[in-house]
Design a protein around this ligand. Structure first.
Ligand code: ADP
Ligand code: MG
Length: 702
């Protein structure tokens, strides 16, 4: 199976709005229970799954090669008669078979063999052997070839022999048999009209599938291996089309639901714009205008707001919140971590409270009394904007009229959690949803796996930012780094020192943070050093961050909790220890914490040798790129889409054949066609979905 395929996540069913369990796929296999289990291991549950179980590679058994010409280094098919067949001990137990064809002799050796094989290769038998022929001790030799007993002049296969991905206990021959049976018994007719296929320059489905399973000997082998052959393109297209259809249908269904209309009244939104010390960037204005339009519609918005670190998504979210509030609705903004949620809270309160908007804070760590008060204010409708963490969708939180839910870092929340929040509307109407992604998502990915959402991109940073300079420094040159920190702080600037990530153990991570903190205090006795990590109590955390903001702390030792949302423009230097352990998105996010003001900023990535191949690749990418979208694109190439999808993968039909990077043109075609097909209510929609997704359902409600 494709190694890129992300694992499906199993999720516990929560009390609210449970994700429906996928219905078992249609089961029309003709096989007993043992075989079924084996096939299931290969992801095969139906005859159509067999059809889609495509070969890894092919062997050419369509022509015979004379033994004397066989030593080319390539596997070939030869035919000869058995002269001798003997088990020898030299020193290991070996089955040695001597064959002859005319004047040519061939020796074949097996180190592992069954008694049945000894019988099979009895003298006088004629054998076809597939494998590599090499010069051996006695002459031409094959080791462990594939063997078949044949009659003289038996016909050769007319197509290449497929080699399938398989599992223990399921031989190639058996698997091939099942697949052949499926190919012969299923109709494999086309779900798409011939005229359409012609326009798209795609071949008929049946023909393409048969080409992939039984390629003719003269097929362009390279294009099969590289999956660029027209037959491959047809399969990829069909797969992408199924994905697009499923997601676009989900998209349309949502548009059929009712939501509160909240047109832009320009009262609060204009007031906010006027109060800012800067103007919105062109990209922010554009995103805002689109969202403002969406919110005025009578159906729920589901928009993903993408923008690189520091592009100013929070402000766009604030404008959306104000538009809802102007119309008398409540807004919830949730973020995945307390530190991030709190940063949002502080920023939004700072912007909105002067306009008379009631902003409240809700997090798990609030004392019972404060929490009760916050929950009550939300329920009474007094709170206009509630900012918080997961605490916002706990059972006791009920909104009077929730009109808009804003979710930062949407991929860190599950579908279920977003559904739960939507269920809190308190009005029978669906709340609008604005999702923000701090990690840019490559375009191909948002076009495919996110096709059920509308996407806005802020593709511009506010003016006056100086790009962060990145340096890769080997651990042995730590002294220079320390000197650099001292210099920066001496000039009145501030620095972050990011502790190494220790994924295996939170305890160890904490220990390292504490040790680093002590070490930094000793190294910089003249500096005010602070420490922030995930285990601090929220008020302690808030205190440290406030001290850093107010320049009472010059050097802030931090774990990756500062990855998101922290916004201190005077911090111009960031040192990241063991940068080789971190992922690209994480490094990019961390680096985005500096370069927020107009001063020149520097990110120093300390790394330890030896570097793994991927670590080296990652560091090269982060060093050479500042654009988050480009980094994300390269990350996608490096790792595949799994990591980006987060909770999405539980619902979205996955791609096995199409490659997001290489098949952009097909994604575009599929997207266009899917929309047309749905608009025209084409019968092909259902047939195509039924074929590709069968009874496997997909749920993209949130
Ligand atoms: P992100 O997109 O990473 O969430 P933020 O919303 O945190 O970015 O914005 C980063 C910083 O830029 C904040 O300090 C914010 O106040 C500031 N900012 C936002 N928009 C503008 C603008 N148009 N001009 C100048 N600064 C801006
Ligand atoms: Mg942000």
């Amino acid at each position: 199976m494709s190694g890129r395929e992300p694992k499906r996540q199993a999720k516990a069913a929560p009390p609210v709005a449970a994700e429906p369990a996928p219905v078992a796929p249609r089961d029309d296999l003709v096989a007993g229970p043992v075989v079924r289990t084996k096939l299931a291991k290969l992801g095969i549950h139906s005859r159509f799954d067999l059809v889609l179980h495509l070969p890894l590679r092919y062997e050419d058994e369509t022509k015979l090669t004379p033994i004397s010409e066989a030593g080319t280094g390539e596997p070939v098919l030869v035919e000869a008669d058995v002269i001798e067949c003997e088990v020898k001990y030299r020193p290991r137990r070996t089955l040695v078979v001597k064959l002859a064809e005319g004047k040519d002799e061939l020796w074949v050796r097996f180190l592992n063999f069954y008694p049945s094989q000894v019988k099979q290769m009895a003298p006088g038998r004629r054998l076809r052997l597939f494998g590599e022929v090499r010069p051996g001790f006695f002459g031409a030799e094959m080791v462990h070839p594939k063997v078949r007993v044949v009659e003289k002049d038996a016909p050769l296969p007319s197509s290449l022999t497929p080699v399938y991905p398989t599992t223990a206990g399921m031989s190639q021959a058996n698997l091939r048999g099942f697949i052949e049976h499926a190919l012969d018994t299923l109709l494999l007719d086309d779900t798409l009209e011939p005229e359409l296929l012609e326009r798209l320059a795609l071949g008929p489905f049946r023909e393409c599938v048969l080409t992939l399973h039984r390629p003719p000997p003269d097929v362009a082998r390279e294009s099969l291996d590289e999956r660029t052959h027209p037959a491959w393109r047809r399969l990829k297209f069909d797969e992408l089309l199924a994905q697009q259809l499923a997601m676009r249908i989900a998209y349309r269904e949502r548009r059929g639901k009712a939501a509160a209309r909240m047109p832009d009244k320009h009262t609060l939104t204009n007031a906010l714009e006027k109060s800012l010390p800067f103007t919105l960037t062109r990209a922010q204005k554009k995103a805002h205008a689109t969202i403002a339009h969406d919110l005025g519609q009578p159906h729920p918005m589901r928009r993903l707001l993408q923008g690189d670190v520091g592009s100013g998504k929070t402000l766009v979210a604030a404008m959306a919140a104000l538009q809802a509030i102007e119309n008398g609705w409540q807004v919830a903004l949730m973020a995945p971590t307390e530190i991030l949620a709190e940063q949002h809270y502080l920023k939004l309160a700072h912007w909105l409270e002067p306009l008379g908007v009631k902003v409240s804070w809700l997090a798990g760590s609030l004392k019972a009394r404060a929490k009760k008060a916050a929950v009550e204010a939300i329920a009474r409708g007094e709170t206009q904007l509630a900012v918080g963490t997961h605490a916002l969708f706990q059972d006791d939180v009920v909104f009077e009229r929730l009109g808009l839910a804003i979710v930062d870092e949407q991929h860190r929340f599950g579908v279920v959690q977003r559904l739960a929040l939507a269920a809190k509307a308190g009005t029978g109407l669906e709340p609008h949803q604005l999702m923000m992604s701090a990690t840019p998502i490559p375009r191909t990915l948002s076009m495919s796996y996110y096709a059920d959402l509308d996407v806005s991109v802020i593709d511009e940073l506010p003016p006056g930012r100086t790009p962060v300079v990145t340096k890769l420094v080997e651990e042995s040159r730590r002294d220079e780094v320390i000197r650099r920190v001292r210099e920066s702080c001496a000039e009145g600037e501030q620095a972050y020192w990011v502790c190494p990530l220790i994924e295996e153990s939170e305890t160890l991570q904490l220990k390292t943070a504490l040790e680093t903190f002590e070490a930094m205090k000793a190294t910089f006795p003249d500096l005010a050093v602070g420490l922030v990590h995930g285990r601090l109590k929220p008020d302690e955390k808030a205190q440290v961050m406030a001290d850093f903001k107010a320049k009472r702390v010059q050097l802030l030792v931090a774990t990756t909790v500062i990855e998101v949302g922290v916004d201190v423009p005077n911090a111009t230097l960031m040192v990241i220890e063991h940068a080789e352990r971190m992922g690209l998105a994480q490094l990019h996010q961390l680096r985005g914490r500096v370069g927020r003001g107009t001063a020149r900023s520097l990110a120093i990535l300390l790394y330890h040798q030896p570097l793994s191949e991927t670590a080296r690749e990652r560091l090269k990418i982060i060093y050479g790129n500042t654009d988050g979208f480009e980094i994300a694109r390269q990350d996608l190439l490096l790792r595949g889409p799994g990591e980006y999808l987060g909770s999405r993968q539980s619902g979205a039909p996955l791609l096995r054949f199409a490659d997001l990077e290489r098949d952009v043109d097909l994604i575009e075609l599929a997207r266009e066609l899917a929309d047309t097909m749905i608009a025209e209510r084409s019968h092909a929609v259902e047939r195509h979905l039924d074929r590709w997704l069968g009874h496997r359902q997909f749920f993209l409600k949130a």
